[in-house]
Ligand binder design. Structure first.
Ligand code: AMP
Length: 228
């Protein structure tokens, strides 16, 4: 991947973006940039900003665009300054952009840095499957690994295979918050598919296939010139 070329992974919550990004980012030499993970990390830091963010995340609401764009700009600048030191050349965005304003903000930030989006891939999964997946999702509080009680169970129930830590259910994976987040996706984020389609960047993969098959489809959907 040439410096300053980024990939956006799109799809509703529960489509498998996080799981797939964990696999794809190292394969493509990109930083896995999850705005949700950055926000959850800030909440754990116990700062005032963390408390503000906690309210949005627990309610299943979107964090305001200005705050989200600031976080992403800082992460992009960090990537930019690390490239000459042999660091990753770009980001694999997971959960960003989520609104038209975020997409426009990203476009102008990238233009300023002389960067570009190489591909946008949407993982398609029907809504009833998403609700089932999100309801059983468990996360390791130490390493962030994602499990599912039925579809991707840890070796010992409730314990992370890698860290031995007790797995947790995210506060926003309650039925009420799940419904709100999926509605928000349809209203605010799905229209971005058109935004990227008009730029000739959008690809789609079937997210109901096995985890391995989805990874294979995603790699195939990213144009070869952006994989070198
Ligand atoms: P995720 O881990 O991507 O499911 O994000 C978890 C939560 O973090 C979301 O429900 C939002 O509250 C917040 N969040 C993550 N990314 C964004 C974003 N790009 N814009 C606004 N809020 C976000």
């Amino acid at each position: 991947m040439k410096p300053g070329r980024h990939v956006i992974l799109m799809g509703p919550q529960g489509a498998g973006k996080g799981t797939q990004a964990e696999r794809l980012a190292p394969a493509l030499g990109l930083v896995h940039l999850s705005t949700g993970a950055i926000f959850r990390g800030t909440i754990k830091s116990g700062t005032e900003l963390g408390e503000t963010l906690r309210g949005y995340l627990d309610r299943g609401e979107l964090v305001p665009d200005g705050l989200t764009l600031d976080v992403v700009s800082a992460a992009l600048s960090a990537i930019d300054s690390g490239v000459d030191l042999g660091g990753p050349t770009g980001a694999l965005f997971d959960g960003f952009p989520r609104t038209p304003r975020q997409a426009a903000g990203l476009e102008s930030t990238l233009a300023t840095l002389g960067h570009e989006v190489a591909a946008v891939v949407t993982i398609d999964v029907p809504r009833d499957v998403l609700v089932a997946r999100l309801s059983g999702r468990l996360t390791c509080p130490v390493c962030g690994a994602i499990y599912h009680v039925a579809f991707k169970a840890p070796l010992i129930p409730g314990i992370c295979d890698l860290e031995g830590a007790y797995l947790e259910q995210r506060a926003d994976d309650t039925p009420e918050a799940i419904r709100r987040r999926l509605d928000l996706y349809d209203e605010q984020t799905k229209p971005l598919e058109r935004f990227y389609d008009e730029r000739g960047l959008l690809r789609r993969v079937d997210g109901e296939a096995t985890i391995d098959d989805v990874t294979t489809a995603l790699v195939a959907a990213i144009p070869p010139d952006s994989r070198t």
